[in-house]
Design a protein around this ligand. Structure first.
Ligand code: AFP
Length: 325
C-alpha cells in the first residue's frame, strides 16, 4: 500500500477555498516553493561539493564565481518575477527595492534568500525567510514597506534539512517536511508548549557582556533554568524555539569594548528576519518585542533594511524580560 500525505499546495488550496479567497496567493506560494527547492539543489550540489565561490571570486577560466547567497537571491528573484503576482520585492541581497509587476501585482514580498551564510561552508542549516503583505485593493497604494501586523503570511525554509514552517494570518503556524519526491507534505500545526520543561534560551553568548546591564542581569537570574542552544542561523534556532518553547534573542549591543562596534538598533533586519519570526510566533501563541519596549509586529519600517533588537518566543518569557527594558 502506498501511503500518501497531504501536500502543502493541497493544504493551501483548502485553506484559500475555506476562506473564499482567490488563487493568486497559491500562484505566489508555488513560486516560493520552486525557489526554495532550487536553492536547496544548489546548496547540495554546489555549496556542499565545493563548487561555489566566495563573493568576488574568479574561477580558473577567469569567470566570476557566485557565492551561495547571490545564487539564492537570483533564484528567488527569477521565480517571484515570473509568477507575475509581486509588486515589489525587498531582498537582503539588494540595496534598492526591486520593482516587479508594479501595475498588476498584488503582493509585497520581503525575503532573505540565504540567512546564516556562515553555516554554508560547514554544510549546516541555513534559512530562506520571507514575509508577504498585500496591496491595498480598495484605495490608492502608497505604502510598500509594511509592519509585520499587516503581513498576511510569513515563513521559513530550513535548507538543506527540508523543513518549511509558515504562519497564515489568523489561521495558525504550520510545519511541513520535504518527502522523497521533494514535495512539502504533512501539515502539522505548531503551538508553543506551555510546559517550561522543554524551554530553551538561544542567543550569542559571546556577546553577553556587550548587552545592557538590565539584559545581562536578566540572563544571570534566568540562565540556569533553561537549556541553551545556538546555531547562528535564525531559521534553525527559531525552529527549535517553536517546537520546544523558550526564547530567541538578539539584544542591542551597547557595551562593546570598541564603541564603533556597538549596535544600539540591534543586528537583525526587521522586514525579513524579526517580523517574519514574530508573525509565525504570534500565530503559534507566542510573542515578540524589541528592546525599545515595542511589539515587533507594530514597528513600522522606515527603510527596507532597517534593523531592530529581537526577543521572540514563549509569551511569559518575552514579557518577563520586557519588564526590564
Ligand atoms: P549571516 O547571514 O550574516 O550569517 O547572519 C545570520 C543572522 O542574521 C541570523 O540568522 C542569526 O541569528 C544571526 O545573524 C547570528 O549572528 P551572530 O553571528 O552575531 O550570532
Amino acid at each position: 500500500m502506498i501511503r500518501f500525505e497531504q501536500t502543502f499546495m493541497n493544504f493551501l488550496l483548502e485553506h484559500q477555498e475555506r476562506q473564499h479567497r482567490t488563487h493568486h496567493f497559491l500562484i505566489l506560494m508555488d513560486a516560493m516553493i520552486s525557489a526554495a527547492k532550487h536553492i536547496q539543489y544548489y546548496y547540495l550540489t554546489g555549496a556542499l561539493k565545493g563548487n561555489l565561490g566566495m563573493a568576488g571570486a574568479v574561477n580558473v577560466q577567469g569567470e566570476d564565481v557566485m557565492a551561495m547567497d547571490q545564487i539564492a537571491h537570483e533564484i528567488a528573484i527569477h521565480y517571484l518575477r515570473s509568477c507575475g503576482r509581486v509588486i515589489h520585492a525587498v531582498s537582503e541581497e539588494s540595496e534598492p527595492i526591486i520593482p516587479m509587476n508594479v501595475e498588476g501585482g498584488r503582493y509585497f514580498v520581503y525575503f532573505d534568500p540565504l540567512d546564516g551564510s556562515s553555516n554554508v561552508s560547514h554544510g549546516l542549516p541555513v534559512g530562506f525567510l520571507f514575509g508577504i503583505a498585500k496591496r491595498n485593493l480598495e484605495g490608492p497604494e502608497d505604502q510598500h514597506l509594511r509592519a509585520g501586523n499587516e503581513y498576511i503570511a510569513a515563513g521559513m525554509f530550513v535548507i538543506p534539512t527540508g523543513t518549511f514552517t509558515m504562519g497564515l494570518k489568523d489561521a495558525g503556524t504550520w510545519r511541513f517536511h520535504m518527502d522523497e519526491t521533494m514535495n512539502y507534505v504533512r501539515p502539522t500545526r505548531i503551538l508553543l508548549p506551555e510546559q517550561k520543561k522543554t524551554w530553551e534560551l538561544s542567543f550569542n553568548a559571546a556577546n553577553r557582556r556587550t548587552y545592557s546591564e538590565k539584559v545581562q542581569g536578566w540572563i544571570m537570574e534566568n540562565e540556569n533554568r533553561y537549556a541553551f542552544r545556538y546555531l547562528g542561523a535564525l531559521a534553525g534556532d527559531f525552529h527549535r524555539i517553536l517546537a520546544n518553547g523558550g526564547m530567541f534573542m538578539y539584544p542591542a549591543i551597547v557595551n562593546h569594548p570598541d564603541p564603533k562596534k556597538n549596535r544600539p538598533e540591534g543586528k537583525l533586519r526587521l522586514l525579513y528576519e524579526a517580523s517574519v519570526v514574530a508573525f509565525m510566533c504570534r500565530e503559534a501563541g507566542g510573542w515578540a518585542m524589541s528592546e525599545k519596549g515595542v511589539p515587533i509586529l507594530d514597528i513600522k519600517p522606515e527603510k527596507p533594511h532597517q534593523r531592530c533588537s529581537l526577543y521572540v518566543g514563549s509569551k511569559a518569557l518575552v514579557e518577563d524580560i520586557a519588564q526590564k527594558f
